[in-house]
Write a protein that binds this ligand. Structure first.
Ligand code: HEM
Length: 508
């Protein structure tokens, strides 16, 4: 046989062998998932990606749950992802089988600059993660005397915010900026022991970082790069540059603040706590470095500010659409607190309506609709369905909080659903409250749950105690007041209503 013919035959043989091996590997792979119902149709190579609008994943997935059932898998390019859409499956995964589902998937965006090794949000379930969570919780001091500290820090920022709102003298303004400034300053006091004025360049840097991270780390189109990392090099270099710009800006801000912190040396704050762990012998095996402090700071400032500021802005939008809600809160404040002092956390027990409004706000809006992606760290099962190790899991809190079988009129803002017939708040053990999972649950439950609940209460009460909010019927883009319905909100790191303006009429 001539050499050429022999070579061709060998090449053809190798190709067939390769094809066979690929088909076998794919078959074996897909067998791992065969017990989990899948969303169809799937397109070769892209799977369900073309039918999943990344800017509103949560609503598309919720729609699919009505067709494919509460537990299904989707395929985004080469990755199989489990999606849990009802309370029973989510509760089982997060609480009953908490440690099985406590990982975080490796993702292109979080692998940059070692974020997955140092951060809390993006680190998978390791000893270091558990240790960091404990240290941050201790440092946040959300119990007993710690609440008084939060109250003092919040009161300073709240007074500042009320003063600025007062200066608007009943004229139209966009509330987001003042709320954002106050909430981020509470977070800056807790994390760095500092306060930044809205007009300072450093505060502008915080806003730019938030904007860039919203753009590049939110679950929108930017998320495509996690599934197709080569896009960053070929078709999507602009996105890679933005990702890099976000990290660079964050690093510059961090270096500046770290320098100031080292010069003060006395400040009692979370970053200081993490820095002190670097030289602690008990953390020798954990690789705790300045990069850890930087990542934890980034997590807290972003997760803590955008969520709480967005919730308060939505609350004002709720007031504009439902004036009776703020009137009822005001009546409660007048009866139990009066007008001469700010509302304190100790007043909470006497304000069931206010508490019901905040619970309903968090249910209705479901600011973090798909939580943060989870990842199975061992073979496990949910609702009797086998789930293999190393599978990404989306927790659809949006669907859990709007399921018509669990919530009467899910798209209506109804605080009364959390009150009994005598107007008292339903106990935590009631079936209605148990179904609320706005902070997630179990091993990866939101680290700022108590802080967020306390801050929301203090800020919301102070706003209503001092002003009545009325609509100026102006949304910055269309000239109309935007809808309060969260199905119309835009997705960044969290859900945001479209920008709007209002008027604040002083109460006294
Ligand atoms: C309205 C306010 C807030 C809401 C609705 C919210 C919601 C959530 C949700 C749903 C998660 C994902 C849980 C999961 O993966 O299963 C989360 C994680 C997290 N949140 Fe919040 N959050 C809020 C405020 C805060 C605040 C004020 C902080 C600051 C301390 C914070 C820090 C974090 C951190 C560090 C994580 C990651 C925890 C981990 O991965 O182990 N959050 N949050």
């Amino acid at each position: 046989m001539p050499l050429e013919t022999a070579l061709s035959a060998v090449l053809a043989g190798l190709t067939v062998l390769l094809l066979y091996a690929s088909v076998m590997i794919m078959k074996r792979q897909s067998r791992k998932y065969e017990h989990i119902p899948m969303v169809t149709p799937r397109i070769p190579l892209v799977g369900n990606a073309t039918s999943l609008d990344m800017s509103c994943c949560h609503t598309v997935l919720t729609g699919w749950a009505t067709t494919f059932g509460p537990i299904f898998r989707i395929k985004l390019f080469q990755e199989e992802i489990l999606v849990l859409n009802n309370f029973d499956s989510v509760y089982e995964a997060l609480v009953v089988k908490g440690s099985d589902f406590a990982g975080r998937p490796p993702m292109y965006r979080t692998l940059q600059a070692g974020r997955h090794r140092h951060s809390i949000v993006w680190q998978t379930y390791t000893d270091k993660l558990q240790f960091l969570r404990k240290e941050v919780l201790k440092s946040l001091k959300m119990y007993g005397g710690g609440c008084e500290q939060l109250q003092q820090r919040s009161d300073l920022e709240i007074s500042h915010m009320l003063e600025h709102i007062g200066k608007c003298s009943g004229a139209d303004f966009n509330p987001w900026h003042l709320i954002y400034e106050a909430v981020s300053n509470v977070m800056l006091r807790l994390t760095l022991g500092t306060h930044l004025d809205q007009s300072s360049p450093s505060f502008q840097a915080i806003k730019d970082i938030n904007h860039l991270f919203n753009d590049t780390f939110g679950p929108g189109q930017a998320g495509l790069i996690d599934f197709l990392p080569w896009l960053g090099h070929l078709g999507y270099p602009k996105f890679r540059r933005r990702l890099q710009a976000a990290l660079t800006l964050r690093d510059q801000f961090w270096q500046q603040q770290l320098q100031l912190l080292k010069e003060q040396d006395s400040s009692e704050c979370i970053v200081q706590t993490i820095l002190s762990l670097i030289s602690d012998p008990k953390t020798d095996h954990m690789d705790i470095t300045e990069a850890t402090a930087k990542e934890v700071f980034t997590n807290l400032i972003l997760a803590g500010t955008d969520t709480t500021a967005s919730a308060l802005t939505c609350l004002l939008l709720v007031f504009l659409h439902n004036p009776d809600v703020q009137d009822k809160i005001w009546a409660e404040i007048r009866t139990h607190v009066g007008e001469s002092r700010l509302v304190s956390l100790a007043d909470r027990a006497n304000m069931p309506y206010m508490q019901a409004v905040l619970l309903e706000l968090l249910r209705y809006i479901s600011h973090v609709p798909l939580a943060v992606p989870h990842y199975t760290i061992r073979d496990t099962c949910v609702q009797g369905i086998h789930v293999p190790k190393d599978m990404t899991v989306y927790i659809n809190l949006w669907s859990v909080h709007h399921h018509p079988a669990d919530w009467d009129q899910p798209w209506t803002f109804l605080p009364e659903r959390f009150l009994d017939q005598t107007g008292q708040l339903l106990p935590l053990s009631s079936p209605t409250r148990k179904r609320l999972l706005m902070f997630g649950a179990g091993r990866r439950v939101c680290l700022g749950e108590i802080l967020a609940k306390n801050s929301l209460f203090l800020f919301a009460a102070a706003l209503v105690q001092n002003f009545r909010f009325v609509s100026s019927a102006k949304d910055e883009r269309s000239g109309q007041l935007p809808p309060v319905d969260p199905r119309t909100y835009e997705m960044g790191l969290v859900l945001h209503p479209r920008p709007f303006q209002l008027r604040a009429i002083p109460r006294h």
